[in-house]
Design a protein around this ligand. Structure first.
Ligand code: DQA
Length: 146
């Protein structure tokens, strides 16, 4: 099975800004974590990051027909993007929404997600381990339905 791990804006900087919130691991570390977790589980992990909303929408369109699942941290677009939400709704496999931080104990504008009700599950506040947990869910339930 092929699982795409998609990352939204500013996550390319991970490890430097606000480490008290996001930790010290870099996006390269997250990529390695996802790839290794996927390998152990027999999953083919394809990892992407973009700072552009339209690029993320087009990526979701491209993978619609070949993915078995998506793990997505839409970052700031979580709280703003109907377009990313609509692209995810058009996918008929499971989608795991991941946030490194616990968005619910942060500013009020982070409490609402346009993606959550298009997602199969949501993980927040587990640090980068949340990505590994989300990948593992696809391994446990290779037939996970959305
Ligand atoms: C984030 C939380 C978002 O509110 C924020 O804009 C991010 C990262 C997280 O992983 O905790 O960029 O998605």
């Amino acid at each position: 099975p092929v699982v795409y791990v998609l990352n939204g804006p500013n996550l390319n900087l991970l490890g430097t800004p606000q480490p008290e919130i996001y930790g010290y691991e870099t996006l390269e570390d997250v990529k390695r974590l996802c790839t290794e977790t996927g390998q152990e589980a027999g999953l083919d992990i394809r990892f992407h990051q973009s700072n552009h909303e339209g690029a993320l929408v087009e990526l979701i369109h491209e993978v619609r027909t070949e993915a078995d699942g998506i793990v997505i941290n839409p970052a700031a677009y979580t709280h703003t993007s109907v377009a990313i939400r609509d692209a995810l709704v058009a996918c008929d496999f499971a989608i795991m929404e991941v946030h490194i931080s616990n968005v619910h104990r942060r500013e009020a504008f982070r409490h609402h997600s346009y993606v959550s009700d298009a997602a199969t599950g949501v993980i927040a506040g587990l640090g980068v381990e949340g990505y590994a947990a989300a990948v593992r869910v696809f391994a446990l339930h290779k037939q996970t339905e959305n």
